[in-house]
Design a protein around this ligand. Structure first.
Ligand code: FAD
Length: 394
């Protein structure tokens, strides 16, 4: 689809970047501001060079702090509102299993404590009970897990398209193949140049994903982000009935290294991956070639713990993470630009794409949000360090 011809140059709100988070922001802004919203995307909508485009992403309430659990509760609410508006399902609940050795790098008690604090029901299971319910698993007595029934699949590509379609239905202008060049604050407003044009707005939302550093850098904000190339592999299991979404929950192996996976969805194949195991790259110079060593690591993991999920590789798809050193999001106003807001997903934000979009819309329109975003400030001490300690395991 080609970009619409836009003669108008003044909008109340502009969104820079229409991946998962920016499409969410454009949608929620347009629900309240209609035609006063412009979204600018450098590539075609739905492109695969960023972070947000695949059949599936894990969605779960199970998180290690009450703030994330509450944000996830609001995330489900936002996806439901989008689904009702778009008349299209965007989340599929499969249930979810967090499973690990009892002495794993990630302490499951932080998860059970947070779920308990937020009143979210869950079940603690020993290995025998996990294997009784899901004989696909091969665990030992040293393993345990927690099961939460609301977990499942955020249908990423479909949800992005729904955000975009409904933003346009509410009056927003979304322009693809229109890269933003410069951004500056001027006379209490923001001016952006894109596609040879200058646009002005009252507030700008930046959702540039792995291109965040160059965009924020020109606005004087330099934070230590690391972009990594990650990958997911689809396996044509010969046991499709055992991995149907109504029989097999999404899962996360909560140790270092951490792995995660899905029932069959989107392809006639299971999907599995290692979390945050890829090399540091840049968004413009990264390769799209799968790393065979990472593929083998996933195969070895599945061979040991979920052997029937394995099968011939259908394909491996690379994708980017934009990681903060503490793996917490950034959702904040830029320090020296009162009407420019940004969000960075730290490699686990798709499930929150709609709620983060809504929060960005609240911040841009009202200056505040009912969600607790206090852990996600851009000025937190670790983001002021040049070489911060990194902890990607949560
Ligand atoms: C392999 C993999 C598995 C993942 N699994 C999960 C999961 O199971 N659950 C989960 O919740 N999250 C998961 N994530 C993380 C999640 O997908 C990301 O956090 C989220 O998609 C980030 O979205 P984004 O909008 O910030 O980035 P992107 O989708 O990359 O969007 C940024 C957009 O901005 C555009 N842009 C940048 N600069 C400009 C410019 N100057 N002008 C115009 N446009 C610009 C880009 O082209 C891009 O489209 C996973 C990520 C990967 C890679």
């Amino acid at each position: 689809m080609t970009a619409p011809r836009v003669t108008r140059k003044d909008f109340r709100y502009i969104v820079l970047g229409l991946g998962g988070l920016g499409s969410g922001a454009a949608y929620w802004l347009s629900r309240r501001a209609g035609g006063d919203v412009l979204g600018l995307e450098q590539f075609e909508l739905g492109h695969v060079r960023g972070e947000s485009q695949d059949h599936s992403r894990i969605i779960r309430l199970s998180y290690h702090t009450p703030t994330y659990v509450r944000l996830a509760q609001r995330a489900y609410e936002c996806w439901s509102m989008l689904a009702a508006d778009a008349k299209e399902q965007v989340v599929l609940k499969t249930g979810g299993l967090d499973v690990a050795p009892r002495d794993a790098a990630i302490d499951l008690r932080t998860y059970t404590d947070s779920l308990t604090t937020c009143g979210v029901p869950f079940e603690s299971l020993d290995a025998a009970e996990v294997m009784r319910r899901w004989p696909q698993w091969r665990l030992g007595d040293e393993h345990h897990g927690i099961y939460q029934s609301e977990s499942g699949i955020a249908m990423a590509a479909r949800a992005n398209a729904a955000h975009q379609r409904m933003a346009r239905a509410h009056g927003a202008t979304l322009m693809e193949r229109t890269a933003v060049g410069s951004v500056r604050s001027i006379d209490g407003e923001v001016e952006v140049t894109a596609g040879g044009q200058r646009y002005r707005c009252e507030s700008l939302v930046i959702a540039a994903g792995p291109w965040s550093s160059p965009v924020l850098g020109q606005l004087g904000t330099d934070i230590p982000l690391e972009v990594t190339r990650e990958q997911v592999t689809y396996f044509r299991t010969p046991h499709p009935e055992a991995f149907a979404p109504d029989r097999f929950p999404i899962w996360i192996w909560m140790d270092d290294p951490s792995f995660y996976g899905f029932p069959i969805f989107g392809e006639a194949a299971t999907k599995a991956a290692r979390d945050a195991g890829g090399p540091a790259v840049t968004a413009d110079t990264r390769s799209f070639d799968p790393d065979p060593a990472q593929e083998r690591a996933v195969e070895q993991f599945l061979g040991r713990y979920l052997p029937d999920a394995l099968g011939p590789v259908l394909y491996t798809k690379t994708c980017l993470y934009t990681l903060t050193p503490d793996r917490d999001f950034v959702i904040d106003r830029l320090p020296t630009h009162p009407n420019i807001w940004t969000a960075i997903g730290a490699g686990h934000a798709f499930k929150f794409a709609s709620v983060i979009g809504r929060i960005l819309s609240e911040l841009a329109m009202d200056g505040s949000t009912p969600s607790d975003i206090s852990p996600f400030t851009i000025t937190r001490p670790i983001l002021q360090m040049k070489n911060p300690p990194k902890n990607y395991m949560q």
